[in-house]
Write a protein that binds this ligand. Structure first.
Ligand code: HEM
Length: 116
């Protein structure tokens, strides 16, 4: 049976010598956790969880990471309001958006040079 990565703990450890990447310590948005679980988990039956089941198991993981109280109900209103510990741990990617679907207006130079 494949072993999943740790989902709980490691908060504040990312910049230390022993960084522990978990849902609690690494993911910047609680809504991404919901989306990932709803699409991909459980690994053996991806997509089998209902929206409500996914809110419930996401709430369980957030509570196990001490990000929300056990009494807090997660739903489409409350989940986006959750502030994850690593919310500010990401810096915008300064590289230009390249490729035929890039929305960088007037930057055809990039696309062109790529085509050659
Ligand atoms: C409802 C039950 C489950 C929940 C809520 C859940 C949740 C998660 C989450 C949030 C992640 C992403 C962790 C991260 O990248 O930081 C993950 C990854 C993973 N889980 Fe689950 N999981 C569930 C069941 C399972 C089961 C039953 C298995 C194995 C049979 C499993 C195996 C894995 C594996 C292998 C990954 C890593 C996937 C990758 O990196 O591509 N999970 N799971």
């Amino acid at each position: 049976m494949p072993q999943g990565p740790p989902l709980v703990g490691g908060i504040g450890s990312l910049a230390t010598d022993n960084p522990v990447r978990t849902v609690g310590s690494f993911w910047p948005y609680a809504t991404s956790v919901w989306d990932y679980i709803h699409r991909a988990m459980p690994l053996t039956q991806p997509g089998s969880l209902s929206a409500d089941d996914t809110y419930a198991v996401t709430a369980f993981l957030l509570n196990r990471n001490k990000i929300i109280e056990a009494s807090e109900v997660m739903n489409r209103e409350s989940l986006p309001k959750v502030r994850m510990p690593n919310r500010d741990g990401f810096i915008p990617d300064a590289r230009p958006d390249v490729g035929k679907n890039s929305h960088t207006s007037g930057d055809n130079k990039n696309q062109k040079s790529q085509a050659h």
